[in-house]
Ligand binder design. Structure first.
Ligand SMILES: [Zn+2]
Length: 303
């Protein structure tokens, strides 16, 4: 039995996977803020999962954890996890002492990429686009993460695509993230609505001109990220996940339309059939927690 824990900015999501990779139990708790609380909540979800499985002791042979921060290759040390209030924490070491088993720590987008690959039944290559507050991608080939020489593979959010666009938090101008992310929606579509992206799509579908323009800009941004992944790695499919993917089919349809528009005058781009190669991660799926558990298999790839 493997345990996967996704420590997000607000929720810690944990799953128990059996030997075939099937989710047999799932538990969610509010994430603690600061290093001690992060460790405590991770231990608490492990206890709850063990209890839900009817075990007094932990039945886990391996534990994988996904975190939104920089993870030092090989050591599982976490740095700059701003949303967790963690600046530098030897998370793998601390958890492994507490849980009495080897612990692997992985960046959350990479973990989600592995989870999406597994849950969508992909068998060859997949790019995973995480449309969260920011935009980042993970690349999985043959079930293994492709990290690149310095771990920057898939940092597509900071690929500039519009020299006249908005200034990005990274210092460049017109990065894809300034068009296709939760923070981009917040900037381009200021609203008091609880779910700005849903409000944007609702209004665009009612034909409000300004909403249509902003929605199309967002879809063009996501399409730019899909093209970048396809034209550099030529992955079989690109899966879209993250908070904005909760828009479901409405987002999928607009991204496919944007890809279609971009290929309208290019027989080359059209021949790649990009709209048919984009998939959506079903909303509510525990991809990052599942991927964190699966990452315990691929630890050697971090070196
Ligand atoms: Zn940037």
């Amino acid at each position: 039995m493997r345990l996967g824990i996704d420590i997000g900015g607000t929720k810690t999501d944990a799953v128990a996977l059996d030997a075939t990779g099937r989710v047999v139990e799932r538990v969610r708790m509010a994430t603690g803020f600061g290093p001690d609380a992060v460790v405590e909540v991770a231990c608490a979800v492990a206890d709850r999962l063990a209890a839900a499985l009817g075990d007094a002791v932990h039945p886990f042979d391996a534990v994988g954890v996904g975190v939104p921060g920089l993870v030092e290759p090989g050591t599982g040390r976490v740095q700059h996890a701003v949303n967790l209030g963690v600046s530098d924490l030897p998370l793998a070491d601390l958890l492994s002492v507490r849980l009495g088993v080897a612990v692997t720590v992985e960046n959350d987008v990479n973990a989600a990429a592995l989870g999406a690959y597994h849950l969508l039944g992909e068998e060859r290559s997949m790019g995973f686009l995480n449309l969260g507050t920011g935009l980042a991608a993970g690349i999985v080939v043959g079930g293994r993460l492709w990290r690149g020489a310095r771990g920057a593979a898939g940092e597509l959010g900071h690929l500039p695509v519009d020299p006249r666009g908005a200034r990005c938090a990274c210092g460049q101008v017109g990065c894809i993230e300034t068009l296709a992310s939760g923070s981009a929606v917040a900037r381009m579509w200021p609203t008091s609505a609880e779910l700005p992206a849903v409000d944007l799509f609702d209004r665009a579908e009612r034909g409000e001109r300004e909403a249509v323009e902003v929605r199309d800009r967002l879809a063009d941004g996501v399409a730019a990220a899909v093209r970048a992944l396809m034209l550099t790695a030529d992955v079989d499919t690109v899966a879209i996940g993250g908070g904005l993917s909760n828009l479901g089919e409405r987002l999928h349809r607009e991204v496919a339309a944007a890809l279609q528009r971009s290929a309208a005058h290019s027989a080359f781009l059209a021949s790649l059939e990009l709209p048919t190669r984009v998939r959506l991660v079903p909303p509510g799926t525990a991809i990052a927690a599942v991927g964190a558990a699966l990452a315990t298999d691929t630890e050697e790839t971090v070196h």
